[in-house]
Design a protein around this ligand. Structure first.
Ligand code: ADP
Ligand code: MG
Length: 204
């Protein structure tokens, strides 16, 4: 049987996910606070760097599937509907298939508005745990106690009226396929480190 690759380990303690502290998080001095929250939960940092790649790099980081782009448009539309705003009047269309690509372009502008800190995090259920610590996409809906809930207040309505992406401080992989793609995209195998945290023998 083939051995699992470095990107695809099977032991639950070795699940990996990618985090980016986005340009707004870096500019607000929240890198340390983000790392503190992940480490406090028993998750292990195994790679870390500050980088500022251009838009093509982020174009390849984010999914290109129609379904994902459509979902961006739908998020915008449902926020507009919830707050009684007219998407057609404000964005020129109420078709999520047309709004999605606009939002995707805004995301690339946002992600290149300053350096980001890229981190690979490893641990039990790392993907779900990191998403939980981060909180849901829309800061206005994020619970207090989550990173986005504690430090951000943006909403799609506000962002889309200004024709920009939602500023929500952190990116975190959503599922195993995304994590695999993103870790490979941001780090070489040599940049991923292997060590034991002292808590590993006590916490789990
Ligand atoms: P998440 O980052 O929570 O995984 P998505 O993958 O759906 O969320 O979207 C990627 C990023 O694009 C979000 O973190 C946010 O910065 C931005 N974004 C998502 N939906 C919208 C939207 N409707 N309008 C503006 N920006 C959005
Ligand atoms: Mg996502």
């Amino acid at each position: 049987m083939a051995r699992p690759s470095a990107f695809d380990r099977l032991h639950p303690k070795q699940e990996r996910t990618l985090v980016l502290v986005k340009p707004d998080g870096v500019k607000r001095g929240l890198v340390g606070e983000a790392i503190r929250r992940f480490e406090q939960r028993g998750l292990k940092l195994i790679a870390l760097k500050m980088v500022a790649p251009g838009q093509p790099y982020f174009h390849d980081h984010y999914p290109k599937e129609q379904a994902w782009i459509f979902r961006l448009g739908e998020k915008t539309l449902s926020a507009f509907q919830k707050y009684g705003l007219d998407a057609k009047k404000m964005l020129g269309t109420d078709d999520p298939k047309k709004i999605g690509p606009k939002v995707r372009d805004w995301i690339l502008e946002y992600m290149t508005s300053g350096p980001v800190v890229a981190i690979v995090i490893e641990g039990i259920h790392a993907i779900d745990m990191v998403r939980k610590i981060t909180g849901p996409t829309l800061p206005n809906m994020a619970e207090m106690g989550s990173f986005r809930g504690d430090f951000s207040v943006d909403s799609p309505t506000l962002a889309n009226l200004d024709k920009r992406a939602i500023h929500n401080l952190i990116h975190a992989s959503e599922n195993a396929a995304e994590a695999r793609h993103e870790i490979k995209h941001w780090f070489t195998k040599a940049e991923l480190h292997d060590y034991k945290r002292a808590e590993e023998d006590v916490m789990f």
